[in-house]
Design a protein around this ligand. Structure first.
Ligand code: S2G
Ligand code: ZN
Length: 468
């Protein structure tokens, strides 16, 4: 970036708002993927929507590119700046601006940490329902830009369902204030939903109005030992007959092995099982608890469950959750090659079996770890790198299998990226889940909102300079 531009950014942002030191570039230029070497030109840390707008207008006038940056906990390279871009971090725009008790909503800046939002809701006796392992460092703006899902989607939906309003600066540098917190607003296209999940390619989210919910009572967790994939979906169906589950997760015995071995967690019970289901429900009456126990009993009798445990306290519930929530962090040290796939819930058993067959054949030498939000049809397939194998060689081996896995996913009209987004990692596989017509419309929308493609270039969609 030329010194004149840096000078203008410095005048706009001041010493605190513009960094070029190597440590900042390393820190702000990456997300949780380990595939790309960060190489931003500089890091901008604006403190107001006006400053964000000025940065985007400067980029349009001078042709440099921007990478919006939240908590940088993404897993698809969406927040990676590897091409000399200016990172625009929302970290200093981190205030909760208003709380509307009667609306049960709040207005906050994009840089608010997800866990901070959850805690604020609790102080008001309410509940922000989107939760996942990285909530302690992810930011609400990034959660909205990736439509983050997590472990409660089966009951409360994704981030999309919580957004009542957005303040955005588009790639054109124009300010949009969308929906203003309204529950109902039938006045044409709901532009809010274009920006949710747009991965920072259409605009930079600066503020959000979010709904808060009644806090659930006495959340109780069951962990069940399951003999085979197909039984998982039988269990889901049986419990859902009488309960509104707040979570339905699964993980394999190898996932359990690592959290027990590396994190010292306790096994849920002695009986060995190839798979585990983790269920959560609001245990707010004796009838509810009886319904859960009856469903558990029925699943044992029908052979869908080998053994199980039900939490008797919030502490035990939290400890059982750790068996699932600690998986991602635990296996990260084994440089996993990750796939994040989804199919309709009714196709999960067939899909799981078919993918497992492919990976068993093609990855015979590698260790496969299964886990995920199976109640949403979302599976996290992680292949662990053999300690002695070179990372690049390992990733090449794994990528060679993508074709088969994605063709299978496409055959079931599934998604090659259920919740982690497209970013850089999945960009070139988009056509397995989106039609040519859809991608053409997506490119047209990108050019409409960001005519010079200054925002997050080559993320989600590759720049086709001929169209600029
Ligand atoms: C999960 C977290 C990221 C990962 O644990 O549900 O989405 O490692 C994941 O896959
Ligand atoms: Zn997940």
């Amino acid at each position: 970036m030329n010194p004149e531009i840096l000078g203008r950014l410095h005048n706009l942002l001041g010493d605190q708002g513009l960094r070029t030191d190597p440590l900042s570039c390393q820190t702000y230029g990456r997300d949780w993927t380990k595939t790309y070497e960060p190489a931003p030109s500089a890091i901008a840390l604006p403190t107001s929507t006006a400053q964000v707008q000025a940065i985007i207008q400067l980029a349009n006038q001078n042709g440099f590119k921007l990478v919006p940056s939240g908590g940088r906990t993404g897993l698809s390279g969406g927040a990676v700046a590897a091409q000399g871009e200016l990172v625009v971090s929302l970290a200093r725009m981190n205030k909760i601006l208003a709380f509307h008790a009667q609306d049960r909503s709040l207005v906050c800046e994009a840089g608010v940490i997800t866990a901070q939002l959850q805690q604020f809701a609790e102080t008001k006796g309410l509940f922000y329902p989107v939760d996942f392992a990285s909530a302690g460092s992810s930011q609400i703006g990034g959660n909205i830009a990736t439509n983050a899902g997590g472990i409660k989607v089966i009951r409360y939906g994704l981030t999309r369902q919580q957004v009542l309003g957005l303040e955005i600066v588009t790639g054109k540098g124009e300010l949009l204030k969308l929906n203003h917190g309204l529950v109902k607003n039938a006045t044409g296209y709901d532009l809010r939903h274009l920006f949710i999940g747009s991965e920072g390619t259409l605009g930079i989210i600066t503020q959000a109005t979010l709904q808060l919910l009644r806090a659930p009572e006495n959340l109780t967790v069951l962990v069940l030992g399951v003999p085979e994939f197909a039984a998982l979906m039988q269990i889901l169906q049986r419990f859902q007959a009488n309960l509104d589950l707040t979570a339905f997760e699964f993980f394999s015995d190898r996932a359990l092995h690592y959290v027990v071995q590396d994190k010292g967690l306790a096994k849920p019970f002695v009986t060995p099982a190839p798979y585990y289901a983790l269920l959560e429900f609001e245990n707010d009456s004796a009838q509810r608890e009886q319904a859960a126990l009856q469903a558990f009993q029925d699943c044992i009798e029908q052979g869908f469950v080998l053994d199980g445990v039900m939490s008797q306290s919030q502490t035990q519930a939290k400890n059982l959750w750790r068996l699932r929530e600690m998986i991602s962090e635990t296996i990260a040290v084994y440089t996993p090659y990750k796939n994040d796939l989804s199919v309709r819930v009714s196709l999960v058993a067939e899909f799981l079996k078919a993918v497992d067959q492919i990976v068993t054949e093609r990855y015979a030498a590698f260790e496969v770890i299964w886990y995920g939000h199976i109640g949403d049809g979302n599976l996290h397939l992680n292949i662990l790198k053999p300690a002695t194998m070179d990372k690049a060689e390992f990733f090449e081996h794994c990528a060679a299998v993508n074709e088969q896995v994605f063709v299978l996913t496409q055959s079931l009209q599934g998604s090659i990226s259920a919740e982690h987004g497209v970013g850089l990692l999945k960009r070139d596989y988009l056509a397995y889940s989106r039609s040519a017509e859809e991608i053409a419309y997506m490119r047209a929308l990108k050019t409409l909102f960001d005519p010079h493609w200054v925002l997050n270039p080559n993320k989600l969609l590759s720049i086709d300079t001929s169209s600029l």
